[in-house]
Design a protein around this ligand. Structure first.
Ligand code: HEC
Ligand code: HEC
Length: 325
């Protein structure tokens, strides 16, 4: 009698165990979706699986399909731009790469990364005083940073670049700008830039790669640069963002000498400010029609190195500070 009771008891127990195992297995395959579906704020729900700071970006592999193929073509265009645009069928601009400034293929925090940009554009751009698409913004860099010309928005190349940006934006918080986009903020020195000091910084910390003459070093084979030039015929033109003192200083602070990062910079704010002024004091290609930039002059950044201005501060002070106005 006792034995039968025990067997029944064991049987019941094993059913309970089986039921528990099945429930657990099902949950593993179809995890509970919490409130993700009925909340508009997916960022707080999914928590740490969504990127809110560009530094959290992890290498991703693109799909084995047409979209994935376009994305990886886009990645090549960004990293080896000169291979495709310098003297291919479409001769466009200089021998830099988009990745010369948008480091690690546009995935490095505070090097104007592309990660998450798909959620930022279209957005207002002061230079043209209008809402711009991502394609228009990319063409802005083709015309200025690459000292070239705009490429058609429906070209395979433009589609590839946008598809790449879309793919590296997957898993990012989809509300506006992420931390780590754009450039780092500086404590802007309350004085004019000191070109002599800038030269000392340049000679001490930049020439090993960019050369004493700032012309960098060409790839032994290939069409581009191992170390890009910082001025001269093959550099960004004078209408580019990098031609502005504060923009260049903010880029340099978090990224140069190569290896520097926003959380382990190698230059002080003063050094970045002065060396930026120094490299931008040399000749570079000229952008035509710059006077048409910033149709609303009140939106023109203080460090824009070309007139006209809405104020009567001198060109010299706009170029080199102090920016106490
Ligand atoms: C010489 C450096 C340089 C090169 C080369 C360059 N860019 Fe840029 N890019 C910049 C700077 C600086 C900015 C930010 C300008 C600003 O808003 O002040 C920028 C901004 C952008 C933005 C908008 C970023 C944002 O956060 O809104 C996109 C998109 C972009 N560039 C794409 C490209 C592409 C594509 C190429 C290659 C065809 C390229 N850039 C080449 C310097 C460069
Ligand atoms: C160890 C080599 C190295 C040193 C040292 C170095 N750079 Fe660079 N720099 C690079 C490379 C490489 C790139 C392009 C980014 C890439 O390919 O990853 C670059 C890109 C740049 C760019 C944007 C692209 C361009 O051509 O305009 C600027 C501006 C720049 N460096 C300024 C500086 C300054 C200023 C210093 C000194 C404070 C410095 N660099 C020190 C290697 C170096």
């Amino acid at each position: 009698m006792e034995l039968k009771k025990l067997t029944n008891y064991l049987k019941a127990l094993s059913w309970i165990i089986v039921a528990l195992v099945i429930t657990c297995a099902t949950l593993c395959v179809f995890p509970l979706k919490h409130s993700a579906d009925n909340s508009s704020d997916s960022s707080t729900v999914v928590g740490d699986s969504l990127i809110s700071h560009v530094s959290q970006f992890k290498e991703i592999s693109f799909g084995d399909n047409a979209e994935g193929e376009m994305a990886s073509y886009g990645e090549k265009l960004i990293k080896n731009t000169y291979e495709y645009f310098y003297d291919g069928e479409v001769k466009i601009g200089n021998r830099l790469a988009c990745g010369s400034c948008h480091l690690n293929g546009g995935t490095k925090a505070f090097a104007a990364p592309y990660v998450g940009l798909i959620n930022v554009f279209p957005t207002y751009i002061g230079r043209e005083n209008k809402i711009e698409s991502l394609e228009e913004r990319i063409n802005g860099c083709f015309e200025r940073s690459m000292n070239g010309r705009a490429i058609p928005e429906n070209s395979r190349e433009m589609r590839a670049i946008v598809t790449y940006i879309k793919n590296i934006s997957i898993n990012t918080v989809n509300k506006g700008r992420l931390e780590g986009q754009g450039f780092i903020k500086l404590d802007v020195p309350k004085r004019a830039a000191d070109l002599k000091h800038g030269q000392l910084v340049f000679e001490g910390k930049c020439t090993s790669c960019h050369g004493k003459d700032g012309q960098g070093m060409r790839q032994p084979e290939g069409k581009g640069y191992l170390y890009p030039p910082l001025w001269g015929a093959d550099s960004y033109n004078d209408g580019a963002g990098m031609a502005r003192l504060l923009t260049a200083a903010r880029f340099i602070k978090a990224n140069m000498p190569l290896g520097a990062t926003y959380d382990a910079p190698q230059l002080s704010d003063d050094e970045a400010y002065d060396v930026a002024a120094y490299i931008n004091s040399f000749d570079r290609p000229k952008k035509a029609n710059k006077e048409l930039d910033y149709p609303n002059l009140h939106k023109k950044p203080k460090d824009s190195p070309y007139p006209p201005y809405a104020d009567n501060i001198s060109l010299e002070q706009h170029k080199h500070g102090p920016y106490n106005f």
